[in-house]
Design a protein around this ligand. Structure first.
Ligand code: SF4
Ligand code: SF4
Length: 100
């Protein structure tokens, strides 16, 4: 059973920016990613917005596999700041998982 955590997006944001609310789940980012990261950005961003913390924590490797190349970002029709969001997620993992 999925346990939802409504304040997950605030936890990820902390003092940085995380904004994926404009994402319309079109799939352009997934199709264009040179690393073929099928869960990033749209699926993992959705976990954050919906408070699905367990699912987010299962995709730590994907978040750290992103090259931050911006291929997805420059082609995103919704103008989502994808790489900035990925950086925020990495900092979130550092704080919550690695306790740095
Ligand atoms: S390209 Fe942009 S709008 Fe489309 S799924 Fe990816 S992040 Fe969302
Ligand atoms: S920034 Fe990351 S998710 Fe986007 S295309 Fe590059 S490797 Fe893929």
């Amino acid at each position: 059973m999925t346990v939802l955590q409504p304040n997950l997006v605030d936890e990820v944001r902390a003092d940085e920016s995380f904004n994926a609310s404009a994402c319309m789940n079109c799939g352009v980012c997934t199709a264009i990613c040179p690393m073929e990261l099928e869960h990033l950005p749209r699926e993992i961003f959705r976990y954050v917005l919906l408070g699905m913390k367990e699912e987010l924590l299962q995709h730590q490797e994907t978040v750290f596999s992103c090259l931050l190349c911006k291929m997805c970002e420059v082609n995103c029709p919704a103008g989502v700041h994808i790489t900035e969001n990925v950086r925020s997620l990495r900092h979130y993992f550092d704080r919550k998982v690695f306790r740095i």
